[in-house]
Structure formats: structure tokens, C-alpha cells
Design a protein around this ligand. Structure first.
Ligand SMILES: NC(=O)c1ccc[n+]([C@@H]2O[C@H](COP(=O)([O-])OP(=O)(O)OC[C@H]3O[C@@H](n4cnc5c(N)ncnc54)[C@H](OP(=O)(O)O)[C@@H]3O)[C@@H](O)[C@H]2O)c1
Length: 288
């Protein structure tokens, strides 16, 4: 279960009018268009079409249905050419179910920044689903020097995920410490380009997952100033992207962080917890 489920359920309540309107168009005008939410899954193939060649009954698979939802259920139907892949060896269903969402969002944001070659990145909101994937991928896959910003309770976790430096935002404001980074990534939609501008090196950039105003900013900062706002590139939302995530897991470069596993009978409690915006990594619904 993830924040996208929450957005679909409440129609972006609490967000600015433009975001609410866009949310209603995407998810349904009066109520969620898809009555069964859930955009990620893991389980065993129960049936396969006669022409299926990539997967067979009994295979252990994971994947994402994206905005088609439907995964908070016992069965989900997906094309074999869709966003589905075999679960890497050694992962349970609970561990495999949240592989996609945070990591695909993180990759779509990180990819256009051209990390590597000694670049430094500060990740704000590093303990969320997207943030905890971004810390691992930036450090272990893209080869950047990572500074993770989170509350006190997640500092140790950040080091385990590969962060080179950690900052506790309840004790220190990174915009005031005089440090500059090649990239600042707001992975939780709680910071801004204007507030973090002085913490970005000349020629560097600001990445975002949320915030309507960032889209026009990503256009005009191409021509004005020496620090850019860079919009996500949604190139991995296909089967290639899911296969790529499986490779990253196998290579030890990424493993989703799991905060809590709820049985399906406690779906309401799970949704309430996700809506607190305080989960660490991911929340999983176990069907069996
Ligand atoms: N995951 C998705 O499906 C998805 C897809 C696209 C976009 N988005 C958007 O991307 C954003 C992040 O999504 P997510 O799923 O990664 O979020 P999330 O898992 O709900 O993020 C929770 C984390 O945010 C941190 N946090 C909460 N308030 C904070 C603040 N004021 N400053 C710094 N950190 C704060 C908390 O960490 P601390 O305990 O350290 O405070 C908590 O661990 C959301 O705005 C979401 O709507 C999500």
C-alpha cells in the first residue's frame, strides 16, 4: 500500500486546487474510478493464457499495475508483457511486493540528474518509500556521494542503506550549514527549490517528486540562472523497468525497506497509517 492509493482514495484532499482537479481527472471525479486500489503486487502465477511463454503456473512474480490499481485482492490479471518479472531468489512475497513503486519513482527522478563522476546529492525525506529507494540507488547504483536528511529515528537506517552522511532535520537545517551539493532531491514534497537554492552548487540541479509549481520552474530554469529544476523522466514504467529493478535487487544495490505488514482484514488501519505520511519505507498488505 502506498501514497498513490491515498491520493486515489481522497482525491488529493488538502492539496492546492489545481492538484485536486488533476487528481480527480486521473483517479475519478466523485470517487475512485478503480474500486479496488493497490498498485503493487507479489505472488504466485495461478493461471496463464495458452500463448504465454515468459511465465508459467507456479512462478513467483512481482510487479505493478500503476494507475490501473486492483492489487489489494487475492488475484490480479496482468499481460505477460506488462510490468511483471520473476521475484529475485531469496525474497519473500512481503519483501517483493513493494519493490516497484518507490524505486521506479526514485529512478525517474535520479536518472536525468546525470549522477556519478564524484557528484554529491542531498536527499530530503530520505526515509519515505521514494527516499529510502533513492538513497540506495544514488549510492550503490549511480555512484554518488549521498547525504540523507531525515528525523532522528531513521538515522541508523540511512547508514545501512549506504548514505555517506546523515543529517537530522529536527536538529539541523541543511540550508544553513554552508554545504553545497551537485544535486538536492526533495523526495517527499516538503522542501522547495527557492529554500534550497543556496545549497546547490553552480551548474547543479534540484529534483522533485511533488509540487505543482516545480513543473513550470523546470522550464524557465533552463534559461535563467545557473541552477536548474529538473523534472522526472518516466522512462522506466514498463516491463524493462521492472526487470531492471529485479537486476538491482540481485546485485545487492536495492532492497525495499519494510515498515509494517498488515493482514488484509486490517486494510483500514494500514491506510490510516500510510496517510500519516510518517511511514518508514513501505507498508505491505498480506492477503493470505
Ligand atoms: N510512493 C508513491 O506512490 C508516489 C508516487 C509519486 C509521487 N509520490 C509523492 O511523493 C511523495 C513521497 O512519497 P513517499 O511514498 O516516498 O512518502 P512516504 O513514504 O509517505 O514518506 C514518509 C516519510 O516522509 C518523511 N517526512 C514526513 N514529513 C516530513 C517533513 N516535513 N520533512 C522531511 N521528511 C518528512 C517521514 O520521515 P521522518 O520520520 O524522517 O520525518 C516519513 O518517513 C509524496 O508527496 C507522494 O505523494 C508518491
Amino acid at each position: 500500500m502506498n501514497r498513490t492509493d491515498g491520493h486515489a482514495r481522497d482525491g488529493e484532499r488538502g492539496y492546492p486546487l489545481a492538484a485536486r482537479m488533476a487528481g480527480r481527472l486521473a483517479f475519478g471525479l466523485r470517487a475512485p474510478r478503480r474500486r479496488i486500489l493497490g498498485s503493487e503486487f507479489a505472488g504466485e502465477v495461478a493461471a496463464a493464457g495458452a500463448g504465454a511463454t515468459r511465465f508459467a503456473i507456479g512462478d513467483r512474480v512481482f510487479g505493478t499495475t500503476g494507475l490501473a490499481f486492483g492489487c489489494h485482492a487475492e488475484f490480479v490479471c496482468i499481460r505477460e508483457t506488462g510490468r511483471v518479472a520473476h521475484i529475485p531468489e531469496g525474497l519473500t512475497y512481503e519483501e517483493a511486493a513493494p519493490i516497484c513503486d518507490g524505486a521506479l519513482s526514485a529512478i525517474s527522478c535520479l536518472q536525468p540528474a546525470g549522477l556519478g563522476g564524484g557528484k554529491t546529492i542531498l536527499i530530503y525525506g530520505a526515509s519515505g518509500a521514494i527516499g529510502s529507494a533513492a538513497v540506495q540507488l544514488a549510492a550503490r547504483h549511480f555512484g554518488a556521494e549521498v547525504t540523507a536528511v531525515c528525523a532522528t529515528k531513521s538515522l541508523e537506517l540511512m547508514k545501512k542503506l549506504g548514505a555517506h552522511n546523515v543529517l537530522d532535520y529536527t536538529k539541523e537545517d541543511f540550508t544553513q550549514n554552508g554545504e553545497q551539493y551537485s544535486v538536492v532531491f526533495d523526495a517527499v514534497g516538503k522542501h522547495s527549490f527557492s529554500k534550497s537554492r543556496d545549497s546547490i552548487k553552480p551548474g547543479g540541479c534540484f529534483l522533485f517528486v511533488d509540487g505543482f509549481g516545480n513543473v513550470p520552474r523546470s522550464v524557465w530554469t533552463r534559461w535563467v540562472g545557473d541552477k536548474r529544476v529538473v523534472a522526472p523522466a518516466f522512462t522506466m514504467y514498463n516491463q524493462k523497468g521492472v526487470y531492471f529493478l529485479a537486476q538491482l535487487v540481485k546485485a545487492g544495490e536495492y532492497k525495499p525497506v519494510i515498515d509494517r505488514v498488515y493482514p488484509m482484514t486490517e486494510v483500514v488501519e494500514a491506510a490510516r497509517y500510510v496517510d500519516t505520511q510518517q511511514k518508514t519505507g513501505n507498508v505491505v498488505l498480506a492477503v493470505a
